[in-house]
Ligand binder design. Structure first.
Ligand code: BGC
Length: 376
């Protein structure tokens, strides 16, 4: 019998360790049925697991259904609002819990815009305006999906004329998980000139969904300017300095500290619901900081980085306690906050804002990362 040399033994051990680490680091993606639409189409849910994070994404609205994150003691909690089953997602037309929002996230004034000299009319689902892509936006569509390494890729074809928008648009969204971050990548192409604004509408409560409100959370947004709105929450077109206003989050500030100040913008939206102009490098592809949130109670920290020019900070003002979410939790006003990375609202009607036009031959691509850590 041959004895293996010490050197060979050490080499085999090393290979085993590397192989074992590789297996541990590989993460896991599984697929199951979450429910079925009233007309029978099955809705699938993908579970993504990495060493310390777990996320679930479903094909209805390409929504992030849950996101489990450890606190400073390693205790896991689901930090996004939502429901336990499919049906309430399909009957809730107001919150957009966890959804990919499109074809145009945020508002388009008077539900109309002009592109290449032609006027397009959209369904008005927010007073006189169009919100989050119209009455049947991307959040209410069933996406096709398949597993990719560490994640899931979802695809939606939005036909020419869908909700009034021109051009057949193919949108693809990839959710991938790493040890400490959830990454969402957006891709889109069109066969005719159109406008596009895609975001994710997750409601975060870093103490855990259903665990009180976010007013004590400490928020930083590295933005010098924001885009003030009129009473209908449509931008006035100005880019206004945050200095001396309740919108100055350049240094860390509890969300609730100034939320009740006598400020017209805060009155219009019953709290924060404002687009911030991010200080980015302008090439459209570099990730820059959009926001940081600290939950003092649990030590959880969320840092949002994006390639997008803006972030809508919405403090859950229209949650009114009528929603019974996961585990029957009642979601009251300010039960969570949204940080929607995006182009500015109403850009198709505001030529001075960065353009949201997409043309045939162009490939839209944006990235947003949600990075988790803890503080003592
Ligand atoms: C908007 C809010 C709106 C909410 C709907 C947010 O993106 O900024 O005005 O009420 O979405 O859930």
């Amino acid at each position: 019998m041959h004895r293996i040399s010490r050197k060979a033994f050490a080499y085999i051990c090393l290979l085993c360790i590397i192989g074992f680490q590789g297996l541990c680091m590989q993460g896991e993606v599984t697929k199951s049925v979450f429910g079925a639409m009233p007309y029978g189409t099955e809705i699938y849910i993908f579970t993504l697991k990495e060493s310390t994070l777990k996320a679930r994404v479903m094909t209805y609205g390409a929504r992030l259904v849950s996101l489990e994150v450890p606190d400073r003691n390693g205790k896991m909690a689901d930090v996004v609002l939502g429901y336990d089953s499919l049906t309430p997602y399909t009957t809730d037309s107001k919150t957009y819990f966890g959804a990919i929002v499109g074809r145009y996230a945020n508002r388009i004034g008077h539900g109309t815009f002009v592109l290449d000299g032609k006027r397009y009319d959209l369904p008005k689902n927010d007073g006189d305006n169009t919100l989050h892509g119209g009455t049947v936006g991307f959040d209410k569509r069933v996406w096709t999906a398949h597993e990719i390494p560490h994640g899931v890729e979802l695809t939606l074809i939005s036909n020419n004329g869908d909700q009034g928008f021109p051009g057949t648009l193919t949108a693809r969204v990839r959710y991938t998980l790493s040890a400490h971050a959830l990454k969402i990548e957006y891709f889109a192409t069109t066969d005719a000139n159109t406008v596009l604004n895609l975001t994710n509408h997750s409601y975060f409560n870093l103490a855990g969904e259903g665990q009180g409100n976010i007013l004590n959370d400490v928020l930083t947004i590295p933005a010098e300017r924001y885009t003030p709105v009129n009473a209908g929450l449509i931008p006035t077109g100005q880019l206004t300095s945050v200095a001396g206003t309740p919108f100055d989050f350049r240094t860390p500030m509890p969300v609730g500290k100034r939320i009740d100040e006598d400020n017209e913008q805060l009155h219009f939206a019953k709290g924060y619901d404002e687009n911030f102009v991010l200080n980015h490098r302008g090439d459209g592809q570099a990730l820059h900081d959009a926001a940081r949130v600290l939950s003092p109670q649990t030590g959880r920290v969320l840092v949002v980085k994006t390639t997008q020019p803006g972030v809508q900070f919405y403090s859950g003002n229209f949650l009114d306690g009528t929603i019974h979410g996961k585990h029957g939790h009642v979601y009251a006003k300010h039960a969570a906050l949204c940080l929607e990375t995006q182009h500015f609202p109403d850009s198709p009607n505001q030529p001075q804002f960065p353009s949201t036009e997409l043309k045939p031959g162009q490939a839209f691509h944006s990235i947003t990362e949600y990075i988790f850590s803890t503080e003592r």
